[in-house]
Each structure stands twice: as structure tokens, then as C-alpha cells.
Design a protein. Structure first.
Length: 418
């Protein structure tokens, strides 16, 4: 579908470049694959070494809060460090394995955003164009733009609140179900809009369901093909895949356990599921090493052109502390020591994930706990960020840090047992 078909003025090429989110000079080089371009690297600055004891404390707090196991893998100039506690399989008692695969939930959104921004750089889609240009009639408001989806400012309600109002029954109802994208959007449209387009941030899986639809419409390929061609294969991510609607996690993997709403109810092994309720918003599988590689490569400029990476990193605060912000499919957390890290959190039944890196991409953390619907465990796991990126200078407890703050914004409704 050609962009701006009625514009044939002399300045058309320059205007097209602006709409697409790239400079005219960049547009002139559109034939060059944007994912091979490297953005300028910020100057290196001394960073504190990670705190191994602090990482273990955070992981032990995570298991004390109800996770069967938890692990963290940190990479930096000094190499890779892995810390792990607890078990990956309650039936066998096997310990946590940093090489095992697991479901990464909404970290998938960053993969989806990368693919979409590559399409923007290729001038196949425009950030500030209405979604209706590419998906006519899908949404009720033609003011909703592609950028609104990526920044969670579309006003489209998140359908998962109603879907998982009761945690275990809701999950079992969709564990093996296969949805179409349009069915998921339809569930959202049954709910009241959260705001007008562009007016307010409201995290919603619906936004990235529509992002998946855009990718497939513009490329003519399934999202799995585009993830593989544009991200997985170029980076050599051997343990990363999008297998929807298959329920299995192939190869060595960690089991994920879901807590019930009812106090004392047994944990549910939620490992095998279609994750069709999330798809391009949360259905990918990966490993700690692959997540380290992905986030370091993204922040290091290996996946996006410099203009696209800067657009992705243009964040706005999402909470009253102004220490948590969101860009285009990417979070920024400002830690207690003054370091800012970029990445995404993930929640899918049975798993919490944190995948973050410094702005230069030289240091990255992938942390995972094999439980969900346990907000205290999610909060404790977030403590690995302070230990990894702030080192021993991080305070044990701070209103800005994750040690005592509210949990990171959940990708699913959080209902601790009560």
C-alpha cells in the first residue's frame, strides 16, 4: 500500500521521510537494511560492579514470596554472572538452569516494536499515520495512530482484566484456546475506552495485538517469520522462538507455576499453553543468555537505525515517582543510584521476567521467576536491577528502588491469594 498516494509535490519525498519518522537523508538510503546500522555509542563511564550478594538476596526474597525458583544472568565487560535459587520443576526437584527456555510474556512487545520500527525505517509504515490506513475498519477511532499503539496511548482497553478476573478458572478457559487477532480486538472493544487517543498512558495488551496485525498486513508474512528474519537469526538467538499456537516449550525448559486467588490452593503448572490470548503482545519463548544478547544488541544499535532507536528511547513518565517511563515498546527505569536502564518486564501465567540493559548496551540483566499472580515475588525479583546495575552502592531499601516499592506494572492482572 503506497504511503500518501495523493501527494506528488516536489517536497513529497521530504514530507514522506518526516511522516515515516526518519530524516530525508536517511530516507534516501532506504535500500540499506536498517537493522545493520549502528547508532552512535554514548561515551563509556565508570559503572559499579554488580553485587553478587545483593542478587542472591533479591532471588531469595523472590522464592520466600512464593516462587519455586528464581535466577538472574548479568553480562558486562567482566563477562557473564549467573545467580540462581530454588527449583525449576517441582515434580523432579531439578534446580534452576540458566540455559533453560521459558515464556517471556510481554518482553515480546519489544521484539514486536523492533520489527515495526524497522518497517518504519523502510518507509512501509508511518508512525503518525492512523491505524485505519493499514487496517481499515478495525478500530472505532481514526485518530488512533501507530505511535499511540507503541506508547500505550491509544485508549484501547486491556481485555485481560475481564478474561482473568478469576485467575485459575480464567487461565484454564484459554489454556488451549486459539484466538484470532480480530477476536482479541473485539474483546477490547466491548470495554469502555480508557481515554481519547494520545491523552493518557494506559498499559494494554490490545495495543500490541494490533501491532502484530500491522506487521502481518504490511509484510504479508506471519509475525513468527518476521521475528526470525529480522531479529532471531541476525543475532543468533538459538533459544528464542514464537511457536503460537503450539503449547509445548521445546528443549530444556523451566516449568512455570500459577498461584490461585484462593489462599492455600495448590499451584497450577501453567507451562504448556497456547498463549493465544497474547500472541504478538506476549507469546515468545527465550532464555537468559538470549535476552541478554537481544537487549544489548538493541541498545547497542545493532537492530535499528540511529533515528529509529532514538525514537524508541523517547520516553514519558508513567507513574507519580517519575522513575518509570515508557517509549516505543520499551520501558526505562531510573534506579536509586542514578543509573537508567531500558528494557521490558514480562508476565505470563507461570513466569515473571525482567530484561534490561544500560543505554550503551554494555551491561544487561535477564531475571526470571517461575511463578505469577504473586505481586510480592514480582517486586522482589525487581530488586535484581538495583543489585546488578547499582552494585554495593545500592541501598537495601529505598522509595525509588525496587526493594520496597510497588511491583513493576504487571502485564496481567495481579491478584495475590486472599
Amino acid at each position: 500500500m503506497p504511503l500518501l498516494p495523493k501527494r506528488r509535490l516536489a517536497l513529497g519525498a521530504a514530507l514522506l521521510a518526516v511522516v515515516a519518522g526518519v530524516t530525508p537523508a536517511t530516507a534516501a538510503r532506504a535500500a540499506e537494511p536498517p537493522r545493520t546500522a549502528r547508532s552512535p555509542q554514548p561515551p563509556a563511564s565508570p559503572r559499579p560492579a554488580p553485587d553478587p550478594e545483593g542478587l542472591l538476596r533479591a532471588l531469595r526474597k523472590t522464592t520466600a514470596a512464593g516462587a519455586p525458583g528464581a535466577l538472574a544472568r548479568f553480562t558486562g565487560p567482566e563477562g557473564a554472572r549467573v545467580s540462581a535459587v530454588g527449583v525449576s520443576d517441582r515434580a523432579t526437584g531439578a534446580g534452576m538452569d540458566a540455559k533453560a527456555r521459558f515464556r517471556i510474556g510481554s518482553v515480546t512487545k519489544t521484539f514486536s516494536a523492533v520489527v515495526l520500527l524497522q518497517l518504519v525505517a523502510e518507509r512501509r509504515i508511518a508512525l503518525d499515520a492512523p491505524v485505519g490506513r493499514y487496517l481499515p475498519g478495525l478500530l472505532p477511532d481514526d485518530r488512533i495512530t501507530v505511535r499511540h499503539l507503541l506508547t500505550h496511548r491509544s485508549g484501547l482497553a486491556d481485555y485481560t482484566g475481564a478474561m482473568f478476573e478469576r485467575t485459575v478458572p480464567g487461565f484454564e478457559a484459554v489454556r488451549n484456546k486459539v484466538f484470532t487477532y480480530r477476536e482479541l480486538v473485539g474483546l477490547s472493544l466491548r470495554e469502555p475506552r480508557t481515554s481519547g487517543p494520545g491523552q493518557a498512558y494506559a498499559y494494554s495488551n490490545t495495543n500490541f495485538v494490533v501491532v502484530g496485525m500491522l506487521i502481518e498486513k504490511v509484510t504479508g508474512n506471519p509475525v513468527a517469520t518476521e521475528y526470525r528474519r529480522r531479529v532471531i537469526e541476525p543475532l543468533g538467538l538459538r533459544d528464542t522462538s514464537y511457536v503460537h499456537p503450539s503449547t509445548a516449550v521445546r528443549g530444556p525448559h523451566t516449568h512455570g507455576y500459577l498461584h490461585s486467588d484462593e489462599e492455600g490452593a495448590p499451584l497450577v503448572d501453567a507451562t504448556e499453553q497456547t498463549v493465544s490470548w497474547a500472541q504478538s503482545a506476549g507469546a515468545m519463548i527465550s532464555s537468559p543468555a538470549d535476552l541478554n544478547t537481544f537487549m544489548s544488541a538493541l541498545l547497542g544499535g545493532r537492530l535499528l537505525s540511529a533515528p529509529m532507536l532514538e525514537a524508541m528511547l523517547a520516553v514519558t513518565p508513567t507513574d507519580g515517582t517519575r522513575t518509570r517511563s515508557y517509549g516505543l515498546g520499551l520501558r526505562r527505569y531510573d534506579l536509586a543510584c542514578g543509573t537508567s536502564v531500558y528494557g521490558h518486564t514480562g508476565t505470563v501465567q507461570g513466569f515473571y521476567t525482567y530484561a534490561f540493559a544500560t543505554r550503551d548496551g554494555r551491561r544487561s540483566l535477564a531475571a526470571m521467576a517461575n511463578t505469577s499472580n504473586r505481586a510480592a515475588a514480582n517486586t522482589a525479583l525487581g530488586g535484581t536491577l538495583e543489585a546488578a546495575f547499582c552494585g554495593r552502592t545500592a541501598p537495601e531499601a529505598t522509595a525509588r528502588g525496587f526493594a520496597v516499592s510497588a511491583p513493576a506494572e504487571a502485564d496481567l492482572p495481579e491478584r495475590d491469594a486472599r
